[in-house]
Write a protein that binds this ligand. Structure first.
Ligand SMILES: [Zn+2]
Length: 99
């Protein structure tokens, strides 16, 4: 069995961030460990989700393991409890890609 791919979300420089704006999740059936490092984060998929839910909440220090279930390009918004106010939406939201 391949090791799960890990994606860490972190509050740094005044906002929460994914390690890369575009993250390849690999193949359908892969297991992904989504980790919140120093804040509680919520991922919301605007349209479709690569997983079984359109929203994923992760508490500070926790890991949510999700299975990749869909192919496509999935834009999402990231928010967390440390971001005091919602900034303007980025013109280029972060994405997961499942080729
Ligand atoms: Zn945040």
């Amino acid at each position: 069995m391949a090791k799960n791919k890990t994606v860490k979300f972190k509050f740094v420089g005044g906002k929460c961030k994914a390690p890369l704006r575009v993250i390849h999740l690999g193949k359908k059936g892969n297991m992904i460990d989504l980790q919140a490092v120093n804040t509680d984060v919520v991922l919301k998929f605007s349209a479709r989700s690569p997983f079984d839910t359109k929203q994923v909440s992760i508490s500070d220090g926790d890991t949510r393991t999700k299975e990749v279930e869909n192919h496509g390009i999935f834009a999402y918004s990231l928010s967390c409890t440390k971001c005091k106010r919602r900034g303007p939406k980025s013109a280029t939201p972060p994405q997961f890609i499942v080729p």
